[in-house]
Design a binder for this molecule. Structure first.
Ligand code: NAD
Length: 418
């Protein structure tokens, strides 16, 4: 979300790009192309509410680059969504797709709304009208949306159905993160958390840190956070704290994650769970744990609380959960930071698999999806890790260098039209 100057998602994205371009010695004309978003659409549209009145909502779709393939990125439904957030996150998606070597560019979008304050039918009408408004720039060859904060497989199903109604036939490859029954992929829902677990275990072993018994705190218990908590536990770690927007809970001998998921599915808040101590989101970030997984919003670890962070490893489940100052402070203290564009890329990797399966109308079993995901995540991590060692830079700088280099090369070799 947009916070203050120097900390907003957009200023972080721009700073990281400029620093990488400088490190790579990229020429100024290429920098100019890559720092600009290619296309942005802002739409204001009316939705009929259940009381019979109409409300006008604002939504965005931003495409940063299509140099390496169609644009790809999530749709966020959140009251604090801004156009700048969409720009930043679209650029972020370009680098993320490139670092794991997918033939995609980057996009992001969303609607300024609180989905929890809308009924299911209001959410459906909002989604269908928003989809219609952005249909002039999205599609399976152009820009393929996916879930993000506040959106889910049902929302993706309405998007797919709306685009299909316009086309006159089913277009499953127009959106990913769909339910399996309409062309979704096995393993898509768990993919961001699975990718995060694979990279975290790989990186810890590499640094001589034992994942077995390592303690973990997870901020955010949604699609990324809850699955990460579950799979890190299955990898031998102990999740001692989790939180949602209402606050968190702590239990030193490990939390019962199945009970917490059941509580959330019933619409409860983690703070209502009786068998653990309560703590605030800020307290969670500064717990004495081995691994911290911020998996909620941007800008959660800042210069104000970074000194208090005691984790040895931070796996960035969310996009840009650390401000620039916090990132530097933690790197200086030797904390191992697993950068978002690598560690949470599992979602876009399996979105790519979903798109490929839809285009071929040939679907893979769960085992095949998960083993291909593992192959991509391990290979990408090793690539980033080797680059970091070779250039004596952080994993984040190495990941950005690999990504920007690939997109710059595609842009250069395609040339400028006309
Ligand atoms: P989600 O809506 O499923 O879950 C978000 C969780 O964060 C919820 O539990 C919510 O209660 C919690 N939360 C919201 N505000 C909070 C706050 N102020 N403090 C603590 N918790 C808070 O969303 P998600 O898909 O899990 O996405 C989470 C993050 O991961 C976002 O930054 C998103 O961009 C990123 N991400 C998502 C995917 C994906 O495929 N879903 C992939 C990569 C990265």
């Amino acid at each position: 979300m947009a916070t203050d100057e120097g900390r907003s998602a957009l200023s972080i994205a721009q700073h990281r790009f400029e620093a990488t371009a400088e490190a790579l010695g990229l020429d100024e004309s290429l920098r100019g192309i890559l720092r600009a978003v290619k296309r942005e659409l802002v739409v204001h549209f009316p939705v009929e509410m259940d009381d019979g009145g109409f409300r006008v909502f604002t939504g965005f779709r931003v495409q940063h680059s299509v140099a390496r393939g169609p644009a790809k990125g999530g749709l966020r439904y959140h009251p604090a969504m801004t156009l700048d957030d969409a720009r930043a996150l679209a650029m972020h998606m370009t680098w993320k797709a490139a670092v794991v070597d997918l033939p995609f560019g980057g996009a992001k979008g969303g609607v300024i709304c609180d989905p929890r304050a809308l009924s299911a039918s209001e959410l459906e009408r909002l989604t269908r009208r928003f989809t219609t408004e952005i249909s002039i720039i999205v599609g399976p060859d152009r820009d393929i949306p996916a879930p993000d904060l506040g959106t889910n497989p049902q929302v993706m199903a309405w998007i797919m159905d709306t685009l299909s109604m316009h086309a006159g036939f089913s277009v499953p490859a127009s959106v990913t993160g769909k339910p399996i029954s309409i062309g979704g992929s096995e393993g898509r829902f768990t993919a961001p958390g699975r990718g995060l677990t694979i990279v975290t275990v790989e990186a810890m072993r590499d640094r001589g840190l034992d994942p077995m018994g390592a303690t973990v705190a997870v901020q955010g218990f949604g699609k990324v956070g809850s699955v990460s908590a579950d799979l890190l536990t299955r990898a031998g770690m102990k999740v001692v704290a989790v939180s949602d927007s209402a606050g968190g809970i702590y239990r030193g001998d490990g939390l019962d994650l199945a009970a917490l998921r059941a509580l959330k599915e019933e619409g409860g808040r983690l703070a209502d769970y009786g068998a653990a101590d309560q703590l605030s989101n800020d307290e969670l970030l500064t717990l004495e744990v081995d691994v911290l997984v911020p998996a909620a919003l941007e800008g959660q670890v800042t210069a104000a609380n970074a000194d208090g962070v005691r984790a040895r490893v931070i796996a960035e489940g969310a996009n840009a959960p650390l401000t620039l100052e916090a990132d530097t402070m933690l790197e200086d203290r030797g904390v191992l930071i697993l950068p978002d564009i690598l560690v949470n890329a599992g979602g876009v990797v399996v979105s790519y698999f979903e798109w490929v399966q839809d285009l071929q109308a040939y679907f893979w079993a769960t085992g095949e999806v998960n083993s291909r995901l593992k192959e991509v995540m391990v290979r990408s991590y090793q690539h980033v890790s080797a680059r970091a060692a070779q250039r004596d830079v952080t994993l984040r700088s190495a990941a950005y260098e690999i990504a920007v280099e690939k997109v710059a090369e595609a842009t250069r070799v395609r040339g400028i039209y006309p």
